[in-house]
Design a protein around this ligand. Structure first.
Ligand code: SAM
Length: 216
């Protein structure tokens, strides 16, 4: 299952082309998508789904995000090599791998113990080593703040104040905000201590749980 053969590399190239057609332009983001093997996050029987541009269940009622969504959020995050990035919602760990490919130092936090345990064991096996945390990421990770970039990969009812507080000067927060089943992608920048907000397309994420998220 961990092999990466010419067929899988070919399917990944096709996926990159699809994402380009859908409007992803950052060459570094496209290169990262072209590099990280997505099929290793799937069971053998489900391999045909790995390079389709769709979200997929990973158990525990959660999903590995659609490649387009991963690319869109990553592009909006403007990751530079050496950036200290907090990802909220480790899930499968795929997004964390993309951030690592961009040269970021990645702190990723997951609220579901089983998913946290799986990702923490699996990612290093395929060569990716973010810092793993288990807990409520809606509160951020105050012990390790500030962060140059914060990426929330679950849908939030509001922008948690704890996250904007943990953003470094010139930092960027990307977060889907809105209803439980449909959210608008929002980007917040901190400049001279002030926050500016931009809103983009609508997406459909699983809910962000926890103190500043949804109650179950
Ligand atoms: N980034 C993931 C990936 O690459 O596979 C996809 C994330 S999935 C769409 C959303 C994840 O957020 C789920 O794994 C869920 O358990 C997690 N989550 C929900 N609320 C959370 C919270 N308060 N803190 C941390 N993780 C949370």
């Amino acid at each position: 299952m961990l092999e990466d053969n010419y067929k899988q590399r070919g399917l990944r190239k096709k996926l990159v082309k699809i994402l380009e057609k859908k409007g992803i332009t950052d060459p570094r983001v496209l290169q990262a998508i072209g590099k990280v093997p997505r099929h290793v996050f799937f069971d053998n029987a489900l391999l045909e789904h790995a390079y389709q541009d769709k979200a997929f269940p990973i158990g525990e009622g959660q999903t590995i995000s659609q490649p387009y969504t991963v690319a869109f959020q990553t592009e909006k995050l403007e990751v530079k090599p050496g950036d200290k990035v907090l990802e909220i919602g480790t899930g499968s760990g795929y997004q964390a791998c993309i951030l690592l490919e961009l040269g970021a130092r990645v702190y990723t936090i997951e609220y579901n113990k089983k998913l946290y345990d799986t990702a923490r064991t699996f990612l290093p096996r395929i060569g990716y080593k973010p810092y793993f945390y288990f807990g409520d990421g809606s509160k951020g990770l105050p012990a390790k703040a500030p962060f140059d970039k914060i990426l929330v990969t679950a849908g939030a009812p509001v922008v948690p104040e704890s996250l904007t507080k943990q953003l470094a000067e010139n930092g960027i927060l990307v977060i889907p905000v809105g209803a439980r089943d449909k959210q608008r992608m929002v980007r917040i920048r901190k400049k001279n201590g002030r926050l500016t907000k931009e809103a983009f397309d609508y997406f459909s994420f699983v809910p962000l749980l926890g103190e500043s998220g949804w109650t179950r």
